[in-house]
Write a protein that binds this ligand. Structure first.
Ligand code: NAP
Ligand code: GLV
Length: 311
């Protein structure tokens, strides 16, 4: 049988991924197109933003393994077979990278480092009052692989951290809340809101005028999950008229962020090019190999998506 790698990688990404996958799966035949192997021989697909329809017409497909943590694009593609198990990337190295990005954003907002960077550009020497980390409340929305690690990292650095998820859970050092009804309370308590939710029908457009109005005057949003969580026009209005002071955005409705987009030059917005937690082929290829080996041994693959929940 063959393993199809269907990805929108550029040349540099292929150069990093291909040798890592070949080395991790020495007994497998890896192909980059269906034509190379024949549709009948493909039983595993490793996917990263595959073109629409790439997984159609593969009669023996038994596992779809996403090389990305978020699978919203795959679930939105009606041609992805619904009866084939879909696993996502769960990699402690990615969780750690995401926690670093969340910590950098929270620390920068708390200590005013984005404002100082703007003052440097204006040659303005002006200090602002300094607050301790324990005076800052951070809400982390989503307490999965990424959110939990980020929340714990922030708590270790002294922040008061509230966490929000679907189902109730207990995490040392974090005040946890569950369910839609508790969201206004969580948002109202925080000076900084970090979004680490998956994109599902329930979370699409979650950050709109209604939720922004539930936040504190001067609060900041850190969106590290998906652009479609945010209604961008409502965010611009909330930055202009309040209550928001700043937004750190790693993800956008349209990526790459178009050159003419107002976020690029907005003085209250920090733009990152979707790099909060990149998949690292060195660790990810080993995780992929373990799942393929589990499949070959007749065992259930890890990190399967619950299609009903959408994550
Ligand atoms: P995960 O392990 O699936 O965790 C999802 C968390 O969100 C869970 O705690 C879940 O609650 C909670 N949740 C889901 N729907 C909810 C709702 N409607 N209300 C409240 N809580 C809800 O996901 P993850 O691995 O942490 O990743 C999160 C997202 O980060 C991914 O889906 C992806 O979009 C994004 N991401 C971004 C980057 C980047 O570089 N920017 C990199 C990787 C991932 P329960 O625990 O109760 O189920
Ligand atoms: C990146 O955004 C991912 O989902 O892995």
């Amino acid at each position: 049988m063959s393993i199809l790698v269907a990805a929108d990688f550029d040349d540099g990404e292929w150069q990093a991924w291909w040798p890592a996958l070949v080395a991790a799966l020495p007994a497998e035949r890896l192909v980059r197109s269906v034509a190379e192997a024949g549709a009948d021989t493909i039983d595993v697909a490793l996917v990263a933003n595959p073109p629409l329809g790439a997984l159609q017409g593969l009669p023996h497909l038994r596992l779809i393994q996403s090389l990305w943590a978020g699978v919203d694009k795959l679930l939105a593609d009606p041609s992805v077979p619904v009866d084939v198990p879909l696993a996502r990337m769960v990699d402690p190295a990615m969780n750690a990278a995401m926690a670093e990005t969340a910590l950098w954003a929270v620390l920068s907002l708390h200590r005013g480092f984005f404002a100082y960077a703007a003052r440097q550009r204006a040659a303005e020497w002006r200090a602002q009052a300094q607050r301790r980390a324990d005076e800052i409340t951070v809400a982390v929305l989503g307490l999965g692989q990424m959110g939990r690690t980020a929340a714990q990292t922030l708590a270790r650095h002294g922040y008061r951290v509230l966490g929000w998820s679907t189902r109730p859970c207990a995490i040392d050092g974090i005040e946890t809340y569950a369910g839609e009804a508790s969201l206004p309370q969580v948002l109202a308590a925080a000076q900084i809101v970090v979004n680490l939710l998956p994109l599902t029908p329930a979370t699409r457009g979650l950050f709109d005028t209604t939720t922004f109005e539930q936040m504190q005057q001067g609060a900041s949003l850190v969106n590290l999950a998906r652009g479609a969580h945010v209604v961008e026009a409502d965010l611009l209005a909330a930055l202009e008229r309040g209550p928001l002071r700043h937004a750190v955005l790693d993800v956008f409705a349209v990526e790459p962020l178009p050159a003419e987009h107002p976020f690029w030059s907005h003085r209250q917005v920090t733009v990152l090019p979707h790099i909060a937690a990149q998949t690292d082929p060195r660790t990810a290829a080993q995780i992929v190999a373990r799942n393929v080996q589990a499949l070959r041994a007749g065992l259930g693959p890890h990190a399967l998506i619950d299609r009903r929940r959408g994550y």
